[in-house]
Structures are given as structure tokens and as C-alpha cells.
Design a protein around this ligand. Structure first.
Ligand code: TYD
Length: 412
């Protein structure tokens, strides 16, 4: 087991000195669902910092990449119908805005099970997925998506050019925020793209996280939570220009960023609008993050109080969706099987396991349907619409649905 417990003292992106402004305490690997308790379960200190030079929100310590992304990686994008539609729309949007016709060659970084690229593959468009986890890459290949098992960086970009030529678009979804060395990615992307090529990625948005106090967006894989001002600084220093932005509802609030090589494409007005909004909301100021820390502490107290009250009233309590995000909530709030009976999840690989760190049983959706609790904690709150739609006529109206989010209204 390779462990990099080195706390960084300099910003990962610009080398400016940084220091954590809070800690979420000892955290396990968010997707390390286990068949039985381990003697040597791995924990790291999950502490975020804010860089007051490039304005990047980041973790000061992150486990080695091969501890998080490996052949047992438990996240399959195809689980959600909503995400399938989302990626189809993403692919169509890329083609209608940034297609180069016969020159199209679409490369996706962290292409997972091929959920997005199959939309290009089905149209016969030249494409390549670069995916480090073999098990999900194999699923992509089974769906006819050309995939190589690899991490992306400057070296990989040279090999891709040699084998396939330059790319017209490089895409990523919920991947860029996982990658500590963004400078190598930016260098590789600049090298791989042709002159008019675009780099498009979307990730959970800092603005949504600060507003909703959705601190569960932070876990080992998410080394960064981006804002427009931070990515503009990072990618801007590698010859890129932010030319478009598109807010997204996915993953509890995300942002799609579009970069082109400097001077190659027009900058859309929304770029300045969002940047001005970020500045007026203090995304460039440390005081904003101190306020976030205080909000997290209040949220923790509220969540524990709700669960303790439920247990004191002898109510049964179950979680819905063993999300990566739930690992942060459960470990930060110190909530285990004494407060939550089990968590239901539709992903076969997660079923009959224990949650990382707190060891709450994860059971099948079928079990959940036969054992509907008095209180359901919607850990997959980012899929609230899809889940409520599915469950509203199925589950008794007296069952209480809650989330850990203090300002999130669940519309049943
Ligand atoms: P997700 O929120 O997509 O991501 P993350 O793990 O990054 O926080 O994870 C959703 C989880 O919820 C996944 O394990 C599948 C599960 N799930 C259900 O059990 N039922 C559902 O109806 C949906 C939509 C998801």
C-alpha cells in the first residue's frame, strides 16, 4: 500500500505558500467499501486550504492515485439514468458548438464506463477514452468505446498524437478536480489540441458548495473544488483562455468550463458575468472560507441532533445511496451503525459491504424495499429529483426524508 501522507505547504497549482483553514478530521478513502472490517484501514487528515494567489480551494493532503483508482474502483457512471441523459446532452452540445467536422477527434479524460463517449462512438466519430481504472474501462470497451487504460499527462499526450493525431476537443466530467498536478494536464492538453481545439470540463462548483454548505463534495478524490477565477488562473498560465461557462445541476451544482488556445475563439459574455459574481461574493477572500468552516460546524451539529433524536424515539433510520460524499458526512459527523441501521445502494459491487471508516452495512435496494425505515437520509441528494420521482408513490407518506444539508429543500 503506497501512502503519501505529505501535507503540502505550497499551492499545488501555483506554489504560493498555503495553510489549511479547517480540518474534517481523519478520513478513509471515500470509495473503500469493504467486505469486512480491516485491521489496517487507511486514514488521512482531510483539511482544505485556500490559495490567496490563484484562488484555488484544495486539500493539503491526498492519498496516492493508485489507492483511489484501481481495478476494484466502485463508481460506475451508468448507474444513473439521469446521468446518461446528461452525458448525451453534453456530447450533443460539444458537437453543435465546437465540432470541426471531418477533423473531429474527441478525447475524454477519465472516461469511466464510456457513458459520454458512446454518444460519439455511435455517430462514428473518432474518439479515445483515457481511463486509469481497468474495470470501468472494460465496460466502456464492451460498449464499443475505444479506451486506453492510462492516466493523462504531457507524456500521454505525445503518445496519443503519435497514434491518432491532434484532438479537436478534450473533454472531462468530474475528473479534473481529482488530478493534483493540473500543470501537467494543462501542458498535455495544450500539446494534444489542434489550433482551434477546445478543452471542456465540468466539476462540482465552489459557488454551489459554499451556498449549500455541501461540504460532502470534499473527499479524497476531489483534491480541488473549482471556481471560474481559479481555473482561469491555472489554465491561463499554460496558454489557454476561458471562453465559455455553463452552470450545471449535476452533482449538486457543477460548472462546465470551456478553454481555447489564447486568441483562437471569441469569449462569451457569461464568462465575465460569472467572474464578477464570484468576486462580489468574495471567492477570492479568506474570510469567505472561515465563514464556510463555521457553516460546516453548524451543519454537523444539526445533523447529529436529528439522528440522535430519531434514535431516542426508537425510529429506524436508513441511508439512501452509499455515495462517496456520504463517507465525508459520516466520518466528519462521527455517525456509525449506532445511529444509522443500514444504507441502501443499487450498485452491486457496494452491496453487502461496510462503509469506509464508520462500517455501516450497505445493503441492496431490494432489502431496503422490504425494510422501509421511519427516517430516510438521502445521501444521494444530488439525484433527488430522479429518486423522489421513483419513490414518491412507492413509499409511505409518513416516512421522513432528510438530508444533512441545512438549506436544501426536499420536494416530495
Ligand atoms: P453519486 O452521487 O453519483 O456520486 P458520488 O459517489 O460521487 O457521491 O453516487 C450515487 C450513489 O447512489 C451510487 O452509489 C448509486 C446510488 N443510487 C441508488 O442507490 N439509487 C438511485 O436511485 C440512484 C440515482 C443512485
Amino acid at each position: 500500500m503506497k501512502i503519501d501522507q505529505m501535507k503540502i505547504k505550497e499551492c499545488r497549482a501555483c506554489n504560493n505558500p498555503i495553510e489549511e483553514f479547517m480540518t474534517f478530521g481523519q478520513m478513509p478513502i471515500a470509495n473503500d467499501f469493504m467486505k469486512e472490517k480491516k485491521d489496517n484501514e487507511y486514514f488521512f487528515e482531510m483539511a482544505p486550504a485556500f490559495c490567496n494567489k490563484c484562488f484555488t480551494f484544495q486539500l493539503v493532503e491526498q492519498p496516492e492515485a493508485d489507492m483511489m483508482f484501481h481495478e476494484d474502483y466502485a463508481f460506475f457512471s451508468r448507474q444513473s439514468k439521469f446521468m446518461q441523459i446528461h452525458f448525451k446532452e453534453y456530447a450533443n452540445w460539444v458537437l453543435s458548438n465546437y465540432s470541426q467536422g471531418d477533423n473531429d477527434f474527441i478525447v475524454e479524460l477519465g472516461s469511466n464506463d464510456g457513458i459520454m463517449l458512446e454518444n460519439f462512438a455511435n455517430k462514428g466519430i473518432k474518439h479515445l477514452g483515457v481511463e486509469p481504472s481497468q474495470n470501468v474501462a472494460m465496460v466502456a470497451q464492451e460498449h464499443g468505446v475505444n479506451t486506453e487504460v492510462s492516466f493523462f499527462g504531457y507524456q500521454t499526450s505525445k503518445q496519443i498524437i503519435e497514434n491518432y493525431g491532434n484532438a479537436s476537443a478534450i473533454l472531462a466530467a468530474n475528473v479534473m478536480c481529482h488530478i493534483p498536478d493540473l500543470n501537467d494536464i494543462a501542458k498535455g492538453a495544450y500539446n494534444l489540441l489542434n489550433e482551434k481545439g477546445v478543452l471542456i470540463f465540468e466539476d462540482p462548483y465552489l459557488g454551489d458548495m459554499l451556498e449549500k454548505v455541501s461540504y460532502d463534495q470534499i473527499y479524497d478524490e476531489h483534491v480541488y473544488i473549482f471556481s471560474a477565477i481559479s481555473v482561469q488562473n491555472i489554465f491561463g498560465s499554460h496558454g489557454f483562455e476561458l471562453i465559455n461557462l455553463m452552470p450545471q445541476t449535476t452533482h449538486g451544482g457543477s460548472m462546465r468550463y470551456v478553454f481555447a488556445k489564447k486568441g483562437q475563439r471569441d469569449i462569451q459574455p457569461i464568462v465575465n458575468e460569472i467572474i464578477e459574481n464570484e468576486i462580489s461574493n468574495g471567492f477570492d477572500k479568506e474570510s469567505t472560507y472561515i465563514k464556510f468552516k463555521e457553516n460546516c460546524e453548524l451543519s454537523k451539529k444539526r445533523f447529529r441532533d436529528i439522528l440522535i433524536k430519531a434514535k431516542d424515539s426508537n425510529k429506524t433510520v436508513a441511508g439512501y445511496g452509499a455515495t462517496s460524499k456520504s463517507t465525508t458526512i459520516l466520518n466528519y459527523c462521527n455517525v456509525g451503525p449506532e445511529l444509522i441501521d443500514f444504507i441502501s445502494d443499487t450498485t452491486p459491487i457496494k452491496q453487502n459491504t461496510l462503509t469506509p471508516g464508520k462500517h455501516i452495512p450497505v445493503l441492496s435496494y431490494e432489502y431496503f424495499k422490504e425494510n422501509i425505515p421511519d427516517v430516510i437520509i438521502l445521501f444521494a441528494w444530488n439525484h433527488a429529483n430522479e429518486i423522489i420521482q421513483k419513490e414518491k408513490d412507492e413509499i409511505d407518506k409518513n416516512v421522513e426524508w432528510i438530508t444533512h444539508l441545512p438549506f436544501f429543500e426536499l420536494k416530495l
